[in-house]
Design a protein around this ligand. Structure first.
Ligand SMILES: Cc1ncc(C[n+]2csc(CCOP(=O)(O)OP(=O)(O)O)c2C)c(N)n1
Length: 571
C-alpha cells in the first residue's frame, strides 16, 4: 500500500524509509556531512517518531562491530553511518569482518558536498575539498556486495530497498550507500512510498533432489565419515539439522575455529576442535560452512577420501584462492541441505549396525576427550599468574542458556561447553581485531534480557577502541561484562615467530621485538572511567568470586564491568 507523509528534506524521507523497513538502529559517527540527517532525527524525535534510534558511537570500529553484533543475533541488518572517506577508512576492517562472516549491514557514509556553491549543502568547510576522493566507493568495493551513491530524491525508495534486498540475499554481506550532502539537504514537502519493500527477496534454496540423493549414497557407503564446520550456526536453525545429519551418519563433528555455536558441545558426536587427528582415517568428509577445514601445507585427507562441501556459497567465490576439493558441492541454505541429507541418509540402505558402532566409538572418544580437558584445566587451577585454561574454565562455570559469549581470541574452547544455538560468537575468520568489544555491545542491544560476556585478549581489547566502547556502554545502558585475558603480549605474533624460526635469533636471545604489551595499562580503570565496575584479578582462587561480583554489577546494578585477569605471559 502506498503511504504519503509530509517531510522537509530527503534526509527526513530517508529516515522514514529506514524505519518502515525495520531498521531499528542507526549507529552514527558524525561529521559535517550529517547536518541534514541530524536535523531530520531531531524533528522526528520531537514528533514522537523514535525509529531508527540514533546511537552516537565515537569510533567507527565500535559502530560497525555493534551493527555486526546486533545482526548476528537477530538476523536483521541495521544502518551504520560514518563521516565520508576518512570515517569509512576507520570502519574498513569491521566491514571486512562482516563481509567474511556473511553478516548483512547497510553501511553508509556521507559524501563530501559536490558543489563549491549554488545548492543547499554546498561546500562551506575547509575539509570539503581535501576529503573528496575520485571514487569513494573504491576503497570499500572489494568488501561489499554493492555500492551506490544516492543521486536524487526520486530514486530514494528504489535505492534503499535495493540495498536492503542485496545485503540480505545469500550469501549475505554488507552493502555501501554514499549519501551526498546536497541530496540529503534538498527541500521536499511530501514523500510517497510503498509501505513494504517491493524489491524482490530471493527465497532460500536447496540442492536438487538428485544431488541430495547422490550425496546421501556417498555418505551411506562411508565407513569413517567426518563433519567439519566453522559457521553452520550462523543460522541457529541449522544446528538441529546438523545434529540429525551427524546422528544419521554416525559421523563425528569437529568445530574448526568456530565463529558460531554450531553443534552442542556436550553431544557424544562432538569430537573437539582439531580436525588433524581424524583426517587420516576419514573416508568421507562433509565440510559445512567452513572456509579452511584443514591446512594443506601441514596435513591433507587421503586422495581417495570423498569430500562434500555444504554452504550458501561452497565455492567461496569472493576468496581469491581456496583449493579445497569437493566430489560434491551442495549450495543453498545449510539448514535445508542438511535436513534433506539427513532424511536421505536415514532412508538409505546404510548399514545401521555400523552406524551404531561408530556412534559408540565416538561417544567413547568424546568422554575421554572431555576428561582430559577437565584434567588439563584443573592442573592449572592454582597457577599465578593465571593460566588461560583456568580463566576459561571459571568463565564457563558461570554460563547458562541466557548468557551469550562473544570471544575475541582467548576463551579456550576445551574448557567451556556451549549447548544452545546463538550463545557463542567467535572471532571472524578474517581476524580484523577490534571486533569483540563492539559486537558484544551490539549483542546486548539486541538481547537486553541476556547476560553478555565478552572474552578478549588484552591486545584485542585495545584494538576495540575501548574508551569509545565503554562510553557507549554507559550512554546507551548496555551493561556487558568484559573479561580481559591479560598476558601482556600478542601471543599470536609470538607463536608465529616461534613456528617460523624455532631456533632463530629470538629463540636464542629470549627477546622478541614487536610482540610485548608492557607496561600494561590498568584496564579495569578504563571501564571505571565510564562508570563501570572494574577489578584486577591476580589470584586464581579469587577469580570465581570476582566473576560473581562483576556479574552482580551487570545484572543487578546494570553497570558495565571489566575484570582485568592477569594471565601467564608467553615466552
Ligand atoms: C587489525 C589487526 N591488526 C593486527 C592483527 C594481527 N594480530 C593477530 S592476533 C594479534 C594479537 C592479539 O593479541 P591478544 O588479543 O592479546 O591475544 P593473544 O594473541 O595474546 O592471545 C595480532 C596483533 C590483526 N589480526 N588485526
Amino acid at each position: 500500500m502506498a503511504k504519503r507523509v509530509s517531510v522537509e528534506s530527503t534526509a527526513e524521507a530517508y529516515l522514514e524509509l529506514l524505519a518502515s523497513r525495520g531498521v531499528d538502529y542507526f549507529f552514527g559517527n558524525a561529521g559535517t556531512d550529517f547536518a541534514p540527517l541530524i536535523e531530520a532525527f531531531e524533528k522526528r524525535q520531537t514528533q514522537g517518531q523514535h525509529l531508527p534510534r540514533p546511537l552516537t558511537v565515537p569510533h567507527e570500529t565500535v559502530a560497525v562491530a555493534m551493527a555486526h553484533g546486533y545482526t548476528m543475533v537477530t538476523g536483521r541488518p541495521q544502518a551504520v553511518m560514518v563521516h565520508v572517506i576518512v570515517g569509512a577508512a576507520n570502519a574498513l576492517a569491521g566491514v571486512i569482518n562482516a563481509a567474511r562472516c556473511q553478516v548483512p549491514m547497510l553501511f553508509t557514509a556521507g559524501r563530501n558536498p559536490l558543489t563549491e556553491a549554488g545548492l543547499p549543502g554546498s561546500r562551506n568547510r575547509q575539509i570539503h575539498w581535501a576529503q573528496e576522493s575520485f571514487d569513494q566507493g573504491g576503497m570499500m568495493r572489494e568488501w561489499v556486495k554493492w555500492d551506490y551513491e544516492l543521486r536524487n530524491f526520486v530514486q530514494l525508495e528504489t535505492v534503499v530497498d535495493r540495498a536492503l534486498a542485496i545485503t540480505q540475499a545469500e550469501p549475505q554481506g554488507p552493502v555501501y550507500l554514499m549519501l551526498p550532502r546536497e541530496v540529503l539537504a534538498e527541500h521536499h514537502d511530501v514523500f510517497e512510498y510503498s509501505e513494504s519493500s517491493r524489491a524482490p527477496q530471493p527465497a532460500e534454496t536447496v540442492a536438487a533432489p538428485d544431488a541430495i540423493r547422490r550425496a546421501a549414497e556417498l555418505l551411506a557407503e562411508a565407513r569413517h565419515p567426518l563433519i567439519v564446520t566453522k559457521g553452520a550456526g550462523r543460522d541457529p536453525g541449522a544446528v538441529a539439522a546438523l545434529v540429525r545429519l551427524a546422528e544419521a551418519c554416525g559421523a563425528a563433528v569437529v568445530e574448526n575455529s568456530p565463529t558460531y555455536m554450531n553443534f552442542p558441545q556436550d553431544h557424544p558426536l562432538h569430537a573437539g576442535f582439531e580436525v588433524g587427528p581424524h583426517l587420516e582415517a576419514a573416508d568421507a568428509i562433509v565440510v559445512v560452512e567452513c572456509d579452511a577445514p584443514w591446512f594443506p601445507a601441514l596435513q591433507q585427507p587421503r586422495p581417495e577420501t570423498r569430500l562434500i562441501q555444504i554452504g550458501v556459497d561452497p565455492l567461496f567465490v569472493r576468496y581469491p584462492i581456496r583449493g579445497f576439493g569437493g566430489d560434491m558441492a551442495l549450495a543453498g541454505a545449510p539448514r535445508l541441505t542438511m535436513a534433506a541429507l539427513a532424511d536421505a541418509v536415514a532412508g538409505s540402505a546404510s548399514d545401521q549396525a555400523a552406524v551404531a558402532t561408530r556412534r559408540d566409538r565416538w561417544a567413547e572418544l568424546h568422554r575421554r576427550q572431555r576428561e582430559s580437558w577437565l584434567a588439563a584445566g584443573r592442573k592449572t587451577e592454582a597457577d599465578a599468574p593465571l593460566d588461560m585454561k583456568w580463566v576459561s574454565r571459571c568463565v564457563a562455570d558461570v554460563l547458562d542458556d541466557r548468557t551469550i559469549v562473544v570471544n575475541e581470541y582467548d576463551l579456550d574452547h576445551t574448557q567451556a561447553s556451549f549447548r544452545t544455538p546463538g550463545t557463542y560468537f567467535g572471532s571472524p575468520q578474517s581476524g580484523g581485531l577490534g571486533w569483540g568489544v563492539g559486537s558484544a555491545l551490539g549483542v546486548k542491544l539486541a538481547k537486553p534480557d541476556h547476560t553478555v560476556i565478552c572474552c578478549v585478549g588484552d591486545g584485542s581489547y585495545m584494538f576495540g577502541a575501548p574508551t569509545a566502547a565503554h562510553f557507549v556502554g554507559r550512554a546507551h545502558d548496555l551493561p556487558v561484562l568484559y573479561v580481559v585475558f591479560n598476558n601482556r603480549a600478542w601471543n599470536a605474533v609470538k607463536r608465529a615467530v616461534q613456528s617460523h624460526a624455532p631456533e632463530g635469533w629470538t629463540a636464542r636471545t629470549g627477546h622478541m621485538p614487536l610482540s610485548d604489551l608492557e607496561p600494561a595499562p590498568d584496564y579495569e580503570m578504563v571501564c571505571q572511567a565510564s562508570g563501570g565496575y572494574g577489578e584486577r584479578v591476580e589470584s586464581p582462587a579469587e577469580l570465581p568470586a570476582a566473576l560473581q561480583r562483576a556479574l552482580r554489577a551487570v545484572r543487578d546494578e546494570k553497570r558495565q564491568a571489566l575484570l582485568n585477569v592477569v594471565c601467564k605471559k608467553p615466552a
